[in-house]
Design a binder for this molecule. Structure first.
Ligand code: SAM
Length: 271
């Protein structure tokens, strides 16, 4: 299934800003790996509501320069409302078209929890290579597709969709994750194919806990900007969500509904 950029709304966008702790924590690790410094010029591709961007702006300080782009207007609106810095700007844009940005302009470009959504990854990396300064770095966090069958929520979702009545209509391979996610090997190949030198690749198990099953689905809906279950016909989507929440509830531990997944942290350099 194609990724839809038209399903987002104000509610999903503001929910994302509140519930995206996991992305923020992963992003903070990525920023450390990229060794972002005061004075750096940084491009955040798929900035969303700007939560990680606000952290990066505080790292680069007033002598730095920050641009955040995202295709979703509702998210850029929140990012701009919360931005208090004159040397930072959030604007509508997407990874595959950085034509408004001159060559060799950024020390650091990053995509935190974004690359699996990007439809034309080769073009996006060509563009990133072009806008990076010589010696500049790109950082990416994204799910490790080769380990997605060990990811709690995906496993539960797929198991529910393998049951009646879904199994007659839904093709698991049509989920956006299956269609657009990528393996660690594929990511390394894409980075190298774009002329970048891969410096560091790590896969980390990331654990999350939520008070209720509906908090889990609320998080997934907000972070997928309305694309959760879009491979399920609309008439069955609400029922599927309820069935998934029933299965999630069975995972309850004393810490709440707990599950884990595997995230790739990759850093590459233009040299
Ligand atoms: C899970 S959110 C991550 C937001 C933010 N990077 C963070 O760390 O919280 C995924 C974001 O990717 C953006 N996105 C999807 N397709 C994109 C594309 N082709 N180019 C740039 N951003 C894209 C979405 O609009 C969404 O805001």
């Amino acid at each position: 299934m194609a990724v839809h950029l038209t399903l987002d709304n104000e509610n999903l966008a503001s929910t994302y800003d509140e519930v995206s702790n996991t992305q923020f924590n992963n992003g903070s690790i990525l920023i450390q790996k990229l060794e972002v410094e005061p004075g750096d010029s940084v491009l955040d591709i798929g900035s969303g509501t700007g939560r990680l961007g606000r952290h990066v702006i505080s790292v680069i300080g007033q002598s730095g320069n920050f641009v955040g782009i995202d295709p979703l207007g509702e998210r850029i609106k929140i990012a701009n409302e919360k931005n208090q810095y004159a040397n930072a700007v959030f604007q509508i844009g997407n990874a595959e078209d950085l034509s408004s940005i001159p060559d060799n302009s950024f020390d650091v470009v990053y995509l935190n929890a974004v690359f699996h959504w990007v439809l034309n990854k080769e073009v996006a990396l060509q563009e990133i290579f072009r806008v990076l300064k010589l010696g500049g770095k790109v950082g990416i966090t994204t799910g490790a597709k080769e380990l997605s069958s060990f990811s709690g929520v995906k496993l539960i979702t797929d198991n529910v969709l393998k049951r009646d009545p879904y199994n007659k209509i839904v093709r698991l391979e049509d989920s956006t994750q299956n269609q657009h996610g990528l393996t660690t090997t594929a990511l390394i190949q894409l980075l190298a194919g774009a002329g970048l030198t891969v410096k560091d690749v790590q896969i980390k198990e990331i654990k999350r806990s939520y008070p209720t099953a509906s908090d889990v689905t609320k998080f997934i809906e907000a972070s997928s900007f309305g694309n959760f279950l879009n491979h399920v016909p609309e008439s069955l989507r609400d029922k599927a969500k309820v069935d998934i929440e029933i299965e999630l509830e069975k995972q309850r531990t004393k810490d709440g509904i707990t599950f884990s997944g595997y995230t790739i942290f990759a850093v590459a350099k233009k040299q």
